[in-house]
Design a binder for this molecule. Structure first.
Ligand SMILES: Cc1cc2nc3c(=O)[nH]c(=O)nc-3n(C[C@H](O)[C@H](O)[C@H](O)COP(=O)(O)OP(=O)(O)OC[C@H]3O[C@@H](n4cnc5c(N)ncnc54)[C@H](O)[C@@H]3O)c2cc1C
Length: 415
């Protein structure tokens, strides 16, 4: 019976680097993957371009994860964004920084990033087995870990669980790691889809399918009785895309965890400001001036330039203002109603597209029970956890991969 120093379960971002680092440190390492190939999410990420990290330093990554961020200090000290970029570039894959700070391979091919990671893994001496789901793990303090797979039992002195979350379950990520951690007494913070599109209960929105607005301010707001303004649960600013079911795009994905984590998502609305640099009084003043100086112009022609034509037509429709109405004839209440639709359109939320289309999982193995300096479980000696299986989820922009790569690298360096 062969006993491995280390078995890493899951060949995603975290597992590939955990296995590489452990094997480079001369640990006899086996990497088990359920799928027929590694890094499925790396290949599909960033629209198959792979936004591998963000052009920032450790502090920038920590800040992006909010309260959870401080858990990442040691992992980022082991592998920060610059070190990750250097690792990929050392394998001959050049990278580029886009204006949003997102870092991609210069080729725009996620496959190149995966190839770089696999090159390094292959040199490390790690053994990799695909199409081999780990079905169960038992721990015996004297003998180590006994892993049950489809083709028999494997023994390991140490195990690194990098099985990811529950999002895109078709990729092999259906939460196996949570069940194992829970069986040993780990607290699992309830999982919710994060970075997932939001569905809207307003049929007219489907007519805007395909419309992109590059700079929208959004707020997820609890609807208060009597039309009063409710509590703001999340807010953001960035690009938005209308779809046949509702809305998507970076700004929507970033606020979606407030919807998926809410007990009654149908009590929420998405307030959209399509001209976030304009105050209502400013727009009102501009239109009043125009009504005096060029009152014959159609209302539809004086919309802020940042509002796409199809969206402007829909907003006019929703506000009950004919687009060809002359500005001089636009009464004050209608003008205010229209401005309200441009600067604070309230879209009734029906929910999200859930785990099926979530880029990450919020929740997971509680960080309180994992030593952030090593990623070893505080409950089970020899058990390490890295990547999305942990209760860590960040915004769009390469932050989630950076957290997975850094925690994977640190775990591989700790075994
Ligand atoms: C469509 C999409 C686009 C994304 N784009 C980006 C992006 O551009 N930038 C970014 O930063 N983040 C992006 N993400 C998020 C990013 O993919 C994750 O944060 C990251 O993959 C998490 O890495 P991980 O190694 O923890 O888990 P995963 O990459 O999910 O890997 C887990 C692995 O474990 C395997 N596994 C699970 N259970 C078992 C088992 N029982 N036995 C053996 N193997 C098992 C799975 O098959 C999988 O290969 C995207 C996600 C999606 C879904």
């Amino acid at each position: 019976m062969e006993a491995w120093d280390v078995v890493v379960i899951g060949a995603g971002a975290a597992g590939l680097l955990a296995a590489t680092h452990a094997a480079e440190r001369h640990r006899k390492t086996l990497l088990l993957e359920k799928n027929r190939k590694p890094g499925v999410k790396i290949l599909m990420s960033g629209g198959t371009r792979c936004n591998l990290t963000q052009a920032t330093d450790r502090r920038g990554i920590v800040a992006a994860f909010g309260a959870q961020g401080r858990f990442l200090h040691s992992a980022l000290a082991a592998l920060d964004p610059q070190a990750l970029v250097a690792l990929v570039e050392a394998e001959g894959v050049a990278t580029k920084v886009e204006p949003t700070g997102k870092i991609f391979p210069a080729s725009d091919r996620a496959a190149d990033v995966l190839a770089a990671l696999l090159n390094r893994l292959n040199r490390s001496g790690c053994q990799v087995v695909f199409d081999m789901p780990c079905q169960a793990i038992a721990h015996d303090p004297a003998q180590g870990f006994r892993l049950t797979t489809g083709s028999g039992t494997i023994w390991a002195r140490r195990v690194i669980v990098t099985t990811g979350g529950r999002s895109y379950p078709g990729c092999g990520t259906n939460g196996d790691g949570y069940a194992w951690a829970a069986q040993w007494g780990h607290t699992i913070i309830p999982c919710r889809p994060a970075l997932t599109p939001i569905t809207v209960a307003a049929a007219w929105v489907a007519g805007l399918k395909g419309v992109t607005v590059s700079d929208v301010g959004v707020e997820v707001v609890e609807r208060a009785p009597g039309g009063r303004r409710g509590q703001v649960l999340a807010q953001g600013r960035g690009s938005m895309l209308f779809t046949h079911f509702g809305v998507s795009g970076p700004v929507v994905l970033n606020v979606s965890r407030a919807v998926s984590g809410h007990a009654r998502p149908t009590d929420l609305e998405l307030r959209c400001n399509f001209a976030p640099d304009l105050a209502a009084a400013e727009l009102d003043g501009q239109w009043r001036e125009l009504a005096a100086s060029a009152g014959g112009r159609a209302v539809s022609s004086v919309f802020p330039a940042v509002v796409p034509r199809r969206l402007a037509a829909a907003l006019l429709d929703q506000a009950g203002v004919p687009g060809d109405q002359r500005l001089a004839e636009l009464a004050a209440p209608a003008r205010r109603r229209l401005i309200d639709h441009i600067l604070a359109l309230a879209l009734p939320i029906s929910g999200t597209l859930g785990f099926e289309k979530a880029e990450v999982t919020a929740g997971g193995v509680s960080l309180n029970e994992v030593d952030s300096r090593t990623l070893e479980s505080k409950l089970v000696p020899g058990l390490f956890l890295a990547g999305e299986v942990l209760d860590l989820d960040g915004p769009i922009g390469g932050y989630n991969f950076q957290a997975a790569f850094s925690t994977g690298w640190l775990a591989g360096g700790s075994v």
